[in-house]
Design a protein around this ligand. Structure first.
Ligand code: C2E
Ligand code: MG
Ligand code: MG
Length: 562
């Protein structure tokens, strides 16, 4: 230990002036703590944030207790004792204060002990500075947890220390946090974050550390643990949150989702771990929120593939829709077996992936919003094609699928009506199909679309009826012209009496309220014969023809009308 510096310090008043000058040059708070007289002087700015009686006061030990986080008091007291007794002459601690709003603020306090001979009696004083660590983003002032910056540092340190080879990262996100802020206010939002932080702190083990990331996300870094342990922790945190909410009288409601990533230090750098955990949390939210998801390589690779496909789709959209193609599948009259029209079904192919199934790329188009331009291209292409075929088969009807993204996030109805006008197609030969799940939660944009289409004689079908939350009650309100029964439903009816009878009732009911019915997915003669007895109006299925490109459709189904 070096010899304690002894100086003739300027008077306290002059010291205060010097401190204020320094304070203007730094975000830190300068302080002087006379350990013998229990006297404390600190930069005046501190009063903006912390509840102290002034910038110069006595009985410092007692006064400071009002701002120091109680749990950190013993550690601080021990350090000050060492300074007073001369066992140590440097102070360097990171601990917590509580600000005027009750928020926890991590601070770093550093100082040096000097002997002041200016006073009649020599006194021991500590001179130094206090820094808010949070302002350097190593800690978070709302929750009192460390911030992402510290997570990176810790991860690198643990990796270097080599105490454990493996670990697991649990990333927690609040579901619909924006809504909580909007509905209950920012204060409640902060309280929610604090509550989660507390619950995480309660469950964490000795080797675990909690962090708050930006926004509504948290991380629990667990050394030497596996994914099972992380999931257990997640469930315990959920239970604790529920208990806390109950204790607080159910003032708010929220759920949390979690992404879990097991890792080995050797094979993982922080950036990768970060991306994996981001992905894992997004998967949990995609799965419906309020649940956890454990990262797997297969899902992550599929996700990377979907990003690549999205790039290809975007490129195609910006290059004349090259790679997209509309296929057509015949729809026949159930009574005569004659073709009455077709459903337009989108295809996409690329050199790398060949032809992709719509089940794969339509969700990507929807997520990226690309379904808006692509959907427009589909209805224009299909209507134009249909007009050509109407010359061979008057009244030929074209069924076109619409996604709810098109309806809710664009003014699709104006686009449709404009195209119908410009092309000059008879609107009553155009039909738009919607899926049931989106319909049920219909809002203003859906209602407007239905109204405008109805007013203009454009037809509407409810697609894949029977796969979702079939509620017959709302059908009439929607004023839908056609019900399409999904293959999942129709194929069961062939082997199951209950389903068979149920479909029979649905057909009768639909007819009673003036709707037509189309059975989808009829593949065999046996299916056809049995289901025809239920008297649907139309049938669509591989039995009558698979979806094929324009030329094949013409040769297969329309050439005979030339
Ligand atoms: P969807 O509208 O219900 O179309 C019928 C789907 O059933 C088509 O699948 C069709 O190939 C298939 N299918 C028809 N008959 C049979 C059969 O007998 N057996 C079996 N197993 N399947 C049959 P596809 O072409 O793969 O399309 C899947 C879904 O993708 C469509 O279901 C539709 O929801 C969506 N989709 C296709 N094109 C578009 C589009 O242009 N826009 C939008 N928004 N969605 C589209
Ligand atoms: Mg359809
Ligand atoms: Mg369908």
């Amino acid at each position: 230990m070096g010899k304690t510096t002894s100086i003739n310090l300027v008077g306290r008043d002059e010291f205060e002036v010097i401190m204020e000058v320094f304070a203007r040059c730094t975000d830190d708070y300068m302080f002087l703590f006379d350990l013998d007289k229990d006297e404390y002087i600190i930069s005046e700015q501190i009063l903006d944030k912390f509840d102290l009686p002034g910038n110069h006061f006595f009985h410092a030990g007692a006064v400071l207790q009002n701002v120091i986080y109680p749990e950190d008091m013993p550690e601080l007291a021990e350090d000050l004792d060492k300074l007073k007794s001369g066992k140590s002459e440097e102070h360097n601690l990171e601990y917590r204060w509580v600000d005027r709003e009750g928020k926890i603020v991590w601070i770093s306090c550093r100082g040096v002990v000097i002997q002041d001979s200016t006073q009649e009696q020599k006194t021991t004083i500590l001179i130094g500075r206090i820094t808010e660590i949070g302002s350097k983003r190593k800690a978070d002032n709302v929750t009192g947890l460390f911030a992402e910056r510290q997570l990176i540092l810790d991860f690198e340190k643990f990796k270097k220390d080599g105490k454990y080879q493996n670990g697991v990262l649990l990333r927690i996100g609040v579901d619909n946090f924006k809504e909580i802020n909007e509905r209950y206010g920012m204060e409640t939002g902060d309280a929610v974050l604090k509550m989660i932080a507390q619950c995480m702190e309660l469950v964490r083990g000795e080797n675990d550390r909690c962090y708050r990331l930006d926004g509504d996300e948290f991380v629990l870094l667990m050394e030497g643990k596996d994914t099972q342990k992380a999931r257990e922790h997640y469930h315990t945190i959920r239970i604790l949150i529920e208990e806390q909410r109950k204790a607080q009288g159910y003032q708010n409601f929220y759920t949390i989702s979690a992404g879990v990533v097991g890792f080995s230090y050797e094979q993982t750098d922080f950036e990768r771990l970060h991306s994996y955990s981001e992905f894992a949390l997004s998967m949990a939210k995609k799965k419906g929120k309020n649940c956890s998801y454990v990262h797997t390589k297969e899902d992550y690779d599929a996700y990377l593939k979907s990003i690549k496909i999205q790039e290809k789709l975007r490129y195609a959209v910006n290059h004349g829709f090259h790679g997209f193609e509309v296929y057509y599948q015949p729809i026949v009259s159930a009574e005569t077996g004659e073709i009455v029209g077709a459903e337009a079904l989108l295809r996409f192919s690329s050199r790398e992936y060949g032809m992709l199934s719509p089940g794969l790329f339509i969700p990507i188009l929807e997520e990226s919003g690309l379904i808006i331009p692509v959907g427009e291209w589909v209805y224009q292409t299909a209507m134009r094609q249909s007009m050509t075929w109407q010359k061979l088969l008057p009244g030929f009807r074209i069924n076109i699928n619409l996604s709810f993204i098109q309806i809710c996030k664009s003014d699709v109805v104006s686009g449709i009506m404009k195209s119908i006008d410009e092309l000059g197609i008879d609107p009553s030969t155009v039909l738009f199909e919607f899926t049931e799940s989106g319909m049920i939660s219909y809002d203003d944009s859906v209602q407007r679309l239905l109204d405008v289409l109805n007013e203009n004689q454009v037809k509407i079908a409810l697609d894949d009826f029977g796969t979702g939350y079939s509620s017959l009650a709302y059908l009439q309100n929607l004023r839908v012209n056609l019900l399409k029964l999904d293959r999942g439903f129709t194929s069961k009816a062939v082997v199951n009496d209950f389903n068979y009878n149920l479909i029979g009732y649905i057909v009768d009911m639909a007819h009673t309220i003036g709707m037509k019915v189309c059975f989808e997915g009829i593949e065999t003669e046996e299916e056809l014969e049995k289901l025809k007895k239920l008297e649907p109006d139309y049938i669509q299925g591989f039995y009558f023809g698979r979806p094929v490109d324009r030329d094949s459709f013409y040769h297969g189904h329309l050439e005979k009308f030339e």
